[in-house]
Design a protein around this ligand. Sequence first.
Ligand code: NG6
Ligand code: CA
Length: 514
Amino acid sequence: MKFLAIILIVAILAIFTYCNSSQKSGEENRPPNIVLIYFDDLGYGDVGAYGATEIKTPNIDRLAKGGVQFINGYASSATCTPSRYALLTGVYPWRNKNAKILTGTAPLLIDTAQMTLPKMFKEKDYHTGIVGKWHLGLGDGYVDWNQHISPGPNELGFDYSYIMAATQDRVPTIYIENGKVVRLDPEDPIEVSYKENFPGEPTGKDNPEMLKMKWHHGHNNSIVNGIPRIGFMKGGESAKWVDENMADTFLTRAQQYIIEHKNEPFFLYYALQQPHVPRTPHPRFVGKSGMGPRGDVIVEADWCIGELYNTLEAEGLLENTLIILSSDNGPVLNDGYYDDAVEKLGNHTPAGPLRGGKYSLFEAGTRVPFVTYWKGRIEPSSSEALVSQVDLLSSLASLVGSQVRSEDGENLLDVFLGKSKIGRDELVLEATTRTAFRKGDWILIPPYAGPAINTFVNIELGNSDVYQLYNLKEDIGQQKNLAETNPDKLQEMVTAFEEIRGKDYKNIQKLELK
Ligand code: NG6
Ligand code: CA
C-alpha cells in the first residue's frame, strides 16, 4: 500500500514536471509581447531612479531598477509631435518639415505607405494597440468628427486605437475609438476650429468667471470642464472627456487590451497624458505629492504603471513581455496655466542635473528617463550607452525576426536587452526645428537666432549667436562652452553634423507663442 502510494506520488510529480516544462518551452517559443509606456513631458529628474528625492515614483523605479536604466537615453525632439513621429517611424523628425507641434485639426502627419512600429509588428502576426495620446494628426485635410475619422492610427498599423486626438489642452476634448468618437450623440454634432470661435460659445478670454483653472499664456479659447483650451469646439457634450478621469480611462483601456489579447503576441503603445498641462489628478491623488497638480499627476501616473504591471503579472505575462518606458520630451513647469507648478516645486528638480527643459536644445529638452524591463530576461543594470527612441523600430524588428530597418534608427537590440553597452556613436537632436548634434561625450549646438530664454515657460532654449560645444561627461550641466578653446574638436563636430544634417539647418523659427 505504502509502495503504491509512493509510485503514485512519483508519477504525479513526473507528469507535473513534464507539463510545466512543456508549458515553459511553449512560452519561450512564443514571441514576446511589447508594452511601450510613453509619458508626456516627464523630465529626467522627475523619477526616483533618476535621482528625484522629493517625489516618489516606486512603480517606475521598480522597472528602472529591475531592468536597464539608460543614463543617455533620448527622445528625438524637445516637443511631442516630432518625438512621436520618430518613435513610430524610426525617421528623424527634422526630415519632415510638418513634424512640429500639431493642432487638433491637423491632417495625419505620417504617410500611410510609411513603415511604422505597429506595421512591423503586424507583419509578424502581432496584434497591435494604442491607448492614450496620439498627436500625429488625423484625416487628410478636413475632419468631420461626426463620421468615421480616417486615416489615423488604424491606417498606420494599429489594430485597436483608443486615443485623444492631440493634447489634453487642445480641442477636440473627446476620445476616439477605432476612428469613432466615443459616446457621441448624433443630435449634438461636434464642430472644431482653430481659426475662430463659434457664435455665442464662451471662451477663457471672455468668460473668466466660468474657469476652475486659469490660463497664463495661450489656452484662452473654448472652455471644457471649467478649463480653457487651445482651439474652439462646439457640441459633442456627451462625448467630452472629464479630465480628472482621464488617467483611469486610459489605464482601464490598456488593461482591457492586455487581457483581451493575452493569448496572442501583442504590441501595446500606452501613451499617458501626464504630466502635460492641464494637470488634473483624480481626487484620489490630489495633494499626494505636496507639489500641487504637477507632482500629483506624476504620482498618479506612477500608480498607473503599477496597476499595469499588476495586470501583466496577474495574467502570467510578465516573463514574456518586454516593457519599454520613456517620455516624449523634457519637463516644463508653467506651460500655460496657473497650477502652482512653480510655486509648490520646493526642492524638486524636474530636469535633474540637466540644463534647459521642454522646447530646449540643451540636454533637458531631449534626454529623458528611458528604461527597458523584461522579467527573467534582462539583467538589472545601468547603461551609459547612447540610445534614442528613433532606434526602437529597427531594434524591435530585430527582436521579432523582422528585416525591417528604418532610415535613421540603428539596431541596438543587444543594448536594449542589456547585453551590450555599445550604443550609437552619434545622434541628431531636435527642438522646435533647430538641431543639435551629439557624438561620443560631446554635444554641438550651432548658432541660432531667437531669444535665449522663453520667458513664458522660463526655459533656456539653447539659442546663441555663437557655436556651443560641451563635454557632457565632464559637464553634464552644460556650463562650460568649449567651442573657442577647442577649434579642432569644433570643426570635427561641425563636419560630422553636416554630413548627416546637410548645410541647410539654419531654418530658424521663433517658438510659436500665442
Ligand atoms: C504649446 C502650448 C503648450 C503645449 C505645447 C505642446 C501654448 C502657449 N503653449 O504651443 O501648452 O500644449 O504646445 O506640448 O499654446 S507637447 O508636449 O504636446 O509638445
Ligand atoms: Ca510632450
